[in-house]
Design a protein around this ligand. Sequence first.
Ligand code: GAR
Length: 217
Amino acid sequence: MPGDTCDVVVLLSGSGSNLQALIDSSAAPGSKVRVRAVIANRADAYGLQRAEAAGIATAVLDHKGFDGRDAFDAALMALIDGFAPQLVVLAGFMRILSGGFVRHYQGRLLNIHPSLLPLYKGLHTHQRALDAGDAEHGCSVHFVTEELDGGPLVVQAVIAVEPDDTAQSLAQRVHRQEHQIYPLAVRWFAEGRLRLGEEGALLDGQPLPASGHLIRP
Ligand code: GAR
């Protein structure tokens, strides 16, 4: 991929602030990242408006119109592959993906999750970090495997939990970090620096630690 642009298809279900961060960073001089299309499983996802405002192709594929996960995922794969992306980015895509889907995009499917994985897979991550009395919280970018919110970690941003934090205040600070680390991971991939090896994620040919690259802003 070095030398060429890296076409990215983004899947989302909601606000799309991570999509916006990717769009903004791809506008930087010399960026190899091109957001080729945005696909949502909900017609009311605000991320679709962000994409349209940036002149990016959009599509809606409503899972409710399909008879089961496999049928939806097959249609989703066909739609994505029509854009021939090098990378597929999950940016708040709130659907569990089938094994067939994940295997089809192995090594070229990234996700962002609002916790320090492997802690707090699933939902309500900020409240769960507070309930556990954690001193630190954050967000993670990882290659997607068949395990929900699992898969080799690429980068994590770690923030301190303050005594007066609420789930909302934590969510805000974690979101700010998501907008830093997701464009970073996508840039690494587009530059041919990041890939999924047999044993895990590699950056510049070197295995990343199990936590991924750690950032403590
Ligand atoms: C983000 O916080 C992302 O980490 C989370 O959804 C939010 C989407 O925000 N993803 C997951 O929880 C995936 N398990 P956005 O629409 O503003 O980018």
